[in-house]
Design a protein around this ligand. Structure first.
Ligand SMILES: [Zn+2]
Length: 494
């Protein structure tokens, strides 16, 4: 063994079964970690520190491409809710909600972290520098958020931007690109991102042409308007000349069930034309968002959502509401369910909800498709009844959808959460187990790994995730946090 030059002791994962993140078949090997990198995959005779990985899988740490952890990485720096599920990198800034400009971004953050003290930072560069100084438990890659940019440029105006307002949005996005953000996200059901018309988004996304940064979208309509929304998203990518990521691909609301077969075909057709378009998905039949974004969708005969499908997830001043559907609150209050929704929103404008609106068959159809990678969309509120996807997404893919249902082979399932997203989001030297790659690694038991949270009782860590290394630092040991916070702010290579 070569003399270690390492600042951290060399560690060997001995007798592992390696899933290298490329989708290739697993192979037996020892994996040696030194100086934050994988420095040998093969046979290691001796090492300062050995971990017996007999019977265990060693894979690249999972990359959660769809998170809202911009501020959680600051407020809950251990990131235990992610790293204990095997996640070593979070892509933050999804759905139009970014980390900069600070004053606007922090307004949006108040929904998830109402009482947290936040240190101000200057632009995306300042956010990334803050993480350099105060490393969280996972790596963080950043999307700029259209909602945050628009709020800074023109407040909550519904109009098209003036020339000056457009220049402001572009310059804030350029600041982010110079700092290393990996793309721009939109949240076209949320204020104020939803006021952005297609042409505005094409012009803004066009700033990214040639940079390698991508356009990620929570689309305008995931219900009956799903196909038009996919067409709009693809058009934005094609006209702006940038790669596209469709966020949390789904068909929401009973009337829209089945449309995912068509939306997948639209993705395939765009890929054939040469567009780099893919999607992410969380493996559940319920979604989650803020109450304020859903009530309008429950009105009228063609309403995409039913009031009965809406369950309160968090309501800071009314913990007794958490876990209750709008009809059950209505019964308690002696009003109808629509009135219960209005009353709940008036009293708790920041309330979040879980929405039971998807079809299991659709979830499987999307998951099987090779364009789909995995993203939790977890809302990092660590009390009440948050959607269990925050903790369990990756273990659920491995346990339920790969091992139990056989929808994806284990190498393929791992690829969808490691090598595939690393390539798409430009996370160079991550998402693979090979010599020289960053030592972001998860050691898990493929026979037992599973998610354990339910909608009724969501706050549980997965089982079967034994060790996690982030940049070579032992962050989860025997299923528990070590207290290490070795994540890095990841920047798109310029
Ligand atoms: Zn979203």
């Amino acid at each position: 063994m070569p003399t270690a030059r390492s600042s951290t002791p060399t560690t060997v994962l001995k007798n592992a079964t390696v899933y290298d993140g490329t989708g290739a078949d697993p192979f037996p090997a020892d994996v040696r970690i030194a100086d934050g990198r994988i420095d040998l995959v093969g046979e290691v005779v001796s090492a300062a520190r050995e971990i017996d990985a007999t019977g265990l899988a060693v894979a690249p740490g999972f990359i959660d491409v769809h998170t809202h952890d911009d501020f959680a990485a600051v407020v809950h720096p251990d990131m235990g809710f992610k790293v204990r599920g095997g996640v070593t990198t979070c892509v933050v800034g999804n759905c139009g909600m970014g980390c900069a400009p600070f004053s606007e971004a922090s307004l949006l953050a108040r929904v998830f972290h109402p009482n947290a003290k936040l240190p101000p930072w200057e632009g995306h560069r300042g956010y990334l520098a803050y993480l350099d100084e105060h490393p969280p438990g996972t790596n963080v890659a950043v999307l700029a958020g259209h909602g945050s940019l628009r709020l800074a440029a023109m407040g909550v105006a519904r109009s098209e931007p003036t020339g000056k307002q457009m220049r402001r949005m572009k310059s804030d996005l350029e600041e982010g690109l110079d700092a290393g953000v990996v793309g721009l996200s939109t949240g076209l059901i949320y204020e104020p991102s939803k006021y952005g018309r297609t042409e505005e988004l094409i012009e803004l996304a066009g700033v990214m042409r040639g940079t390698g940064a991508l356009y990620a979208s929570h689309m305008r309509d995931e219900g009956l308007g799903l196909l038009d929304s996919v067409r709009e998203t693809i058009r934005i990518g094609e006209q702006a000349g940038v790669a596209v990521q469709i966020s949390h691909h789904k068909a929401s609301g009973r009337r829209a069930w089945g449309l995912v077969s068509e939306s997948l075909r639209l993705i395939e057709a765009a890929q054939e034309r040469g567009l780099e378009v893919h999607a992410d998905q969380y493996p559940y039949t319920a979604g989650s968002t803020v109450l304020s974004a859903v009530l309008s969708q429950t009105v009228g005969a063609n309403a995409p959502l039913r009031l009965a499908d809406v369950v309160i997830a968090s309501a800071a001043g009314h913990p007794d509401w958490e876990g209750q559907s709008l009809p059950s609150l209505a019964t308690k209050w002696g009003v109808d369910a629509a009135e219960a929704g209005r009353r709940a929103l008036a009293e708790e404008p920041m309330a979040t909800v879980v929405l039971h609106t998807m079809d299991e068959e659709d979830v499987r159809t999307v998951l099987r498709h090779p364009s789909t990678m995995i993203g939790s969309d977890g809302i990092p509120i660590l009390e009440g009844k948050p959607h269990p996807r925050l903790f369990g997404t990756f273990a659920r893919i491995l346990g339920r959808y790969s091992r139990e249902l056989g929808l994806l082979s284990l190498p393929e399932a791992i690829h969808r959460m490691t090598g595939f997203p690393a390539r798409k989001f430009g996370l160079v030297g991550r998402g693979v187990v090979c010599e020289g790659a960053a030592a972001d690694l998860v050691v898990f038991d493929p026979a037992t790994v599973r998610d354990t949270g339910t909608f009724e009782d969501p706050i549980h860590y997965p089982e079967g995730i034994v060790h996690v290394f982030v940049n070579g630092v032992h962050t989860v040991r025997d299923g528990g946090l070590t207290g290490a916070t070795a994540g890095r702010a990841l920047r798109r290579p310029g």
